[in-house]
Design a protein around this ligand. Structure first.
Ligand SMILES: Nc1nc2c(ncn2[C@@H]2O[C@H](COP(=O)(O)OP(=O)(O)OP(=O)(O)O)[C@@H](O)[C@H]2O)c(=O)[nH]1
Ligand SMILES: [Mg+2]
Length: 489
């Protein structure tokens, strides 16, 4: 009874929020754009480049409103949510443009309001609309989103899945310490704080090791174990999956304690996050680091595909989950975007896009996803390279030219972060299947087909008057058109 009551109030609250959000939207049209992706996927760089290009009238030929000259101006305004940290746009742009370094990792939620004044394309609309659209951009960690499936899972389900995944060959060595510890404790023993802490710390260390590992394994819930924020050390974060659960748990046992804390995590962490942030989104971009996964080989690709599947299923309506039912009806477009395509020659951009298409298609099918348009793009929010050719004997090879980051290595050479270098980036395979084929049991046995070099952000061109031009990109305009273009029609 108690649980259905909570559900009812949660539901009523969300419905009210949604209604008032829509009513406010009638007077000044707003669009809430969620930007997510696993850590280091490129969220901060994407938002900075998007806003910079819109404010500075960057070259965006595929963004129709801009191309046809209908955008009067775009500018930043105060965001509507006082309790959410502001996306520090100015700092990130200063890093990119002035210092030519990538912005720092952000690891939490932040928000920015960009307002666009435009002239409608249709005479009818021009008569009735003010030609003003506010886009509220919300940057949040994909890791937190991946907590949603927990709402539909009992502690026993959660434990079983975590144990199964940890035993997979790609993860077994990283999870060994935790698995040994988990096997050594008896869930039916008396609840003990130190045991709970040891288990939680060991489990969190395993999740972190997955993230840091060069195999680029994607994340497993609970998301706050990786990014605890101010909840570090709280009971709601001091639990871990258990093995050998008993059917009838004893009050006062370790199992009962862990189960209670798992439920507290859902109530105090997961639900509020979805209620306050995710349920209000209209559009969503999911950034993925396909380049890193390609670098790491087919097992990492499979892992990335699994993460995208999980993320998409968070946006699937009709899962019988009160949270998703309310918000997923609202999100009508989702873009799955592979950033960092500037590490490839343009001849491979379409191949990268085909790989992302395959990945998203399979994720859509596996998540049985419907209810929103899903599109894909291979892009670079900030293009750090330009293209050229190098003559080698009688052959002319296509190369990319940029400044490799300090300490990047190719063929035994280490870069100093200052020297501009031409690099033959290698091609993506023509056949998409190759990158998805699962290798044998151990990942180390398969040589990654491709090795990419990371570059510093580009040096910006200046006009004769000394004005710096906007940040160069690859297909950012295509992403912008899909995400907001129709609202400026
Ligand atoms: N070449 C290139 N590299 C990029 C691009 N976008 C991101 N990167 C690289 O990816 C790294 C992570 O980008 P961020 O935008 O900070 O990623 P994030 O998703 O905000 O990361 P967290 O805040 O840690 O979750 C950067 O430091 C760059 O090295 C891009 O468009 N081109
Ligand atoms: Mg960030």
């Amino acid at each position: 009874m108690a649980s259905s009551l909570t559900t009812f109030t949660d539901e009523a609250r969300i419905a009210l929020d949604t209604l008032s959000g829509r009513a406010a939207g009638l007077f000044s049209p707003t669009l809430r754009l969620g930007v997510t992706g696993l850590s280091r996927a490129g969220k901060t760089v994407f938002i900075s480049a998007l806003v910079h290009n819109l404010i500075h009238g960057g070259r965006l030929p595929l963004f129709e409103a801009q191309k046809s000259g209908r955008i009067a101006r775009a500018f930043l305004e105060e965001q509507p949510d006082d309790a959410v940290p502001r996306f520090q746009y100015e700092d990130h742009v200063a890093a990119l443009v002035n210092d030519r370094v990538w912005p720092d990792s952000t690891r939490a939620i932040s928000e920015l309001r960009l307002t666009i004044e435009y002239e409608s394309a249709s005479g009818w609309n021009r008569l009735f609309s003010a030609g003003k659209l506010s886009v509220d951009i919300v940057d949040y960690p994909g890791e937190w989103l991946l907590d949603l499936p927990l709402l539909g899972k009992s502690f026993a389900d959660f434990s079983r899945e975590a144990v199964d995944l940890a035993a997979l060959p790609v993860r077994s060595d990283l999870s060994q310490a935790w698995r040994e510890l988990a096997c050594a404790v008896d869930p039916d023993a008396d609840a003990d704080e130190m045991t709970a802490r040891r288990l939680a710390e060991s489990f969190a260390a395993y999740l972190k090791a997955c993230k840091l590992d060069e195999r680029a394994l994607s994340t497993l819930p609970p998301g706050r174990f990786l990014m605890p924020g101010d909840l570090e050390g709280s009971p709601a974060l001091t639990f871990a999956p258990l093995t050998r659960l008993s059917e009838r748990r004893r009050a006062g046992s370790l199992q009962a304690m862990m189960e209670r804390r798992y439920e507290a995590y859902k109530t105090h962490v997961v639900k509020p996050f979805f209620r306050e942030h995710i349920t209000r989104l209209d559009r969503q971009i999911v950034l993925i680091d396909a380049m890193q996964a390609l670098n790491a080989g087919p097992a990492a690709m499979a892992d990335l595909e699994r993460a995208v599947t999980e993320i998409l299923s968070c946006f699937r309506p009709g899962r019988g989950n009160f949270v998703t039912d309310l918000f997923s009806r609202r999100i009508d477009r989702i873009l799955v975007a592979a950033t960092k395509a500037d590490q490839l020659h343009h001849e491979s951009h379409d191949r990268l896009q085909a790989i992302v298409r395959r990945l998203a298609d399979r994720a859509v099918a596996r998540a049985n996803f419907r209810g929103a348009d899903v599109d894909v793009v291979a892009m670079a929010a900030v293009r750090s390279t330009r293209e050229g050719t190098v003559k080698q004997g009688r052959e002319t090879l296509p190369v990319i030219i940029g400044t490799p980051l300090t300490d990047e290595k190719i063929n035994g050479e280490t870069f100093d972060g200052k020297t501009e270098t031409a690099i033959f980036p290698g091609d993506l395979p023509e056949k998409v299947d190759v990158v998805f084929d699962l290798p044998g049991p151990r990942l180390e046995d398969t040589e990654p087909a491709i090795r990419f070099v990371r570059f510093r952000p580009p040096k910006l061109e200046r006009t004769a008057e000394g004005v710096t031009l906007s940040l160069p990109h690859i297909r950012l305009d295509r992403a912008v058109q899909f995400l907001i273009g129709d609202h400026l029609a």
